[in-house]
Design a protein around this ligand. Structure first.
Ligand code: HEC
Length: 115
């Protein structure tokens, strides 16, 4: 369902408005926030090791927790570097979809900081 939505949004951008000369990679992206995506994504894919309350962190650093929207934004650059790349290193055993990673990148790149 999301892939269809994303695909149609991305296709819509390539149509291109001739009057928008400036390049804004975020302008035509769907709105993705902690509330609509990030919280669920982090809970499902990361918090089993990274939550401050995780009973078995499997070695995840104590300082790297994603309990709140602020925690997530505080780690923004590292989340993007480890989890939003084509061959993600987090979660260590993989399992995120291309769509998830596309949305992760849109969220932490395009959303208003802290949302
Ligand atoms: C199975 C346990 C596990 C899961 C699930 C997991 N991590 Fe980790 N994470 C680790 C361990 C262990 C380390 C420390 C070793 C390392 O950095 O590779 C770590 C380190 C990190 C770091 C700090 C290192 C750095 O590069 O700054 C970040 C950021 C991170 N993880 C993000 C994530 C994100 C985002 C997710 C979910 C998409 C996730 N992790 C899921 C175990 C996990």
């Amino acid at each position: 369902m999301w892939s269809l939505l994303l695909a149609s949004v991305l296709t819509a951008c390539t149509g291109g408005g001739s009057d928008s000369a400036e390049v804004d990679a975020c302008a035509d992206q769907p709105i993705v926030t902690y509330e609509t995506f990030g919280a669920g994504f982090l809970t499902e894919n990361c918090q089993s090791c990274h939550a401050s309350t995780a009973p078995d962190r499997k070695g995840a650093p104590e300082s790297v927790v994603f309990d709140t929207v602020d925690d997530a934004w505080a780690q923004r650059d590292r989340i993007l570097a480890r989890a939003a790349i084509d061959t993600p290193e987090m979660p260590p055993l993989g399992g995120t979809t291309d769509d998830d990673r596309a949305r992760l990148k849109i969220w932490l790149t395009c959303a208003e900081e802290g949302t």
